[in-house]
Design a protein around this ligand. Sequence first.
Ligand code: ZN
Length: 177
Amino acid sequence: MALREIHLLGSPVLRQTAAEIAVVDDETRTFIDDLFETMDAAEGVGLAANQVGVARRVAVIDADGQRFVMVNPRIAQASGRDKAEEGCLSIPEVYAEVTRASRITLEALDRDGQPFTMEAEGLVARAIQHELDHLDGILFLDHLSPLKRQVLVARYKREHRGEGLTRSVAPPSSTPS
Ligand code: ZN
């Protein structure tokens, strides 16, 4: 397993539509382990492959005690509306309220390539929709009004001027702080 660098707003891979995974093989599983490890180190509730520079349809979630990978995910059903604050590991320190479906039915493959169906609501449903967006090159900022998005992007660019388009995450510290 290895920690991956996280791509940040402005990195072109965040705007790519990720490709379906034809076969869930050992290489895919190693990559899934990397995604989990990187998400944990970054203390995120989800991480999509695009965010570590790989445009393939796989993302991991760890929200409300539910921890799983979704390969080639698809939302089969969605209902309800719910507004809540979101952030993104690729857009540090930016938060905004986003309206999404409150209940969804997810269809995806697991780490063995087996199909599964899952009902989700609350934070888990939100995280799934957020990560699935990433696989289609969509960021949570895209759900905001143009004006709100402009303000947040301008501020982000000002605060991160001169920084690179990727960031490293530190492994969990073994020394007490
Ligand atoms: Zn994100």
